[in-house]
Design a protein around this ligand. Structure first.
Ligand code: FES
Length: 129
């Protein structure tokens, strides 16, 4: 069974092949809805789209093993490329195209490492450089 390591939480879980990453994290007691740079995590834990790829709050970075996940889905592309109604997921995606995913859209197919709540760095080297 694939192993998912949540880096910030320092927690490893085994999941069945094809498991939904958001659901697996929730089952392990991990909140993937971290808000904006840590703000709003408690609100987002309740107020989110519950896996419909609409809110973008479940975004994570797959820091290892991106090849062991399902390909970027159409719903993810829409959420990451469409700034309406919420531009935050689009802004967060800039500079992180190789690693960022919506956990509700990711099927785990092998071992991966996941960073929950990736920081949004508007003024860092990823955005304006
Ligand atoms: S739960 Fe809303 S985009 Fe994933």
């Amino acid at each position: 069974m694939p192993v998912v390591k949540f880096v910030k939480e320092n927690k490893e879980i085994e999941v069945p092949v094809g498991a939904n990453l958001r659901q697996a994290a929730m089952n392990a007691g991990i909140n993937v809805h971290q808000g904006l740079n840590g703000f709003g995590a408690k609100l987002n834990k309740v107020f989110n789209c519950h896996g419909l790829a609409q809110c973008g709050t479940c975004r994570v970075k797959i820091t290892k093993g991106m090849d062991n996940t399902s390909p970027l889905s159409l719903l993810e592309k829409i959420r990451f490329y469409n700034p309406l109604p919420d531009p935050i997921p689009c802004l967060a995606y800039i500079g992180n195209e190789e690693t960022m995913r919506l956990s509700c859209c990711v099927k785990v197919e092998g071992d991966i490492e996941v960073e929950t709540g990736p920081e949004l760095d508007l003024f860092g080297e990823n955005f304006f450089s």
